[in-house]
Design a protein around this ligand. Structure first.
Ligand code: ZN
Length: 345
């Protein structure tokens, strides 16, 4: 995600009151830790908080409690051009699928940290994707964490904290970042849309509803694919019966070939649809549905299943998800699920 220069200070980062509170109090009292570990889901503000912290510590006007966002130092940090702020991320050149931060990059960083800050304030190291520091490089980096150079703040950033070497993690103060709530996410997307024509305002609520609190998920969410998936699930649930095994087998054949993240998404959507059917059955307002835009398409399923049947189907679905997590055969497991659905009356 590009750094958002419209954010003026750490305190104006949205949706992370706890993390921002801890860091603001540390800035105010002048008691920052030597090293932090920012962890939490992808794309919820961790990297942004790291850059804003770097701005506050080096701002020429308002630092070190907050940043003005306007001075030369703030602007250069926002563009990642400041000589005392070092941003590292896994090098795609090492492996496109599993990029690493290698020992050369860590040694290079250590050389730079041996000097005084160029502009007289605080050097800040931001290592994004810190779980991708390879073991050799992590061992070399331990030395820096154990004896941090003066006037230096280290921030490790990760969405997979459990994959960090325990010796590295234990030398950092952990700061947890939360998934963004829907209102915050919607407001962030609305403000991004004001400068980016590719974001369609009308699509934002749908993107938010399936993003799991992450800006990047919301932006990358494939609405066309999602729409096709929901329609095919509605067709399946509407017509599925033992008289239509053709539907059943064509469905399982298709899904047996897809990758697991998409399969997981499909099963999640199936659960959302079953929930919507149950809500419509007890005459809830369509506004409460996950798929409120499809209330009319879902309606025909409502009369075909009793509440108890829907509960049973949810349970079957739950067991299917568990079985597939445990590496069960996809096609057979989905077939068993749909046969159960047919018999659930
Ligand atoms: Zn400034």
């Amino acid at each position: 995600m590009p750094i958002d220069n419209s954010v003026m200070s750490l305190q104006s980062i949205q949706g992370q009151p706890q993390a921002v509170g801890i860091l603001s109090r540390a800035l105010e009292s002048g008691r920052l830790a030597n090293a932090y570990l920012f962890y939490g889901p992808d794309s919820v503000g961790k990297k942004l908080a790291g850059f804003e912290l770097a701005k506050a510590l080096n701002c020429e006007n308002s630092g070190p409690m907050t940043a003005c966002g306007q001075c030369s130092s703030c602007r250069r940090i926002g563009q990642n051009l400041h000589p005392d702020v070092f941003y590292l991320e896994p090098d795609v050149g090492t492996s496109v699928r599993e990029p690493w931060i290698k020992i050369d990059a860590i040694r290079d960083l250590q050389k730079k940290l041996a000097f005084m800050p160029y502009e007289g304030k605080t050097k800040v190291v931001l290592i994004d994707g810190a779980d991708r520091i390879n073991p050799q490089a992590a061992n070399a980096f331990l030395k820096t964490l154990e004896e941090p150079p003066s006037d230096t703040l280290i921030v490790l950033i990760t969405s997979n904290p459990q994959q960090l070497l325990p010796t590295v993690a234990s030398r950092c103060q952990g700061i947890r970042f939360q998934p963004l709530d829907d209102v915050t996410l919607e407001s962030i997307l609305n403000s991004l849309a004001s400068t980016n024509d590719e974001i369609n305002l009308a699509e934002i609520p749908q993107r938010v509803s399936r993003a799991g609190g992450s800006v990047q998920n919301a932006l990358e969410f494939d609405l066309a694919e999602w729409s096709t998936m929901r329609q095919s699930l509605i067709q399946l649930l509407t017509h599925l019966s033992l008289n239509r095994v053709d539907l059943l087998f064509s469905f399982t054949r298709t899904w047996a070939k897809t990758e697991s993240t998409q399969l997981t998404r499909m099963l999640k959507e199936m659960g959302a649809l079953l929930r919507d059917v149950a809500l419509l059955q007890i005459h809830c307002s369509p506004d409460l549905l996950f798929n409120r835009d499809l209330a009319n398409d879902i309606a025909p399923i409502v009369g075909r299943r009793s509440q108890q049947t829907l509960v049973n189907m949810q349970e079957t679905l739950h067991n299917t998800r568990l079985a597939l997590k445990g590496n069960a055969n996809v096609q057979l497991t989905l077939e068993a699920m749909l046969l159960d659905f047919c018999e659930a009356r």
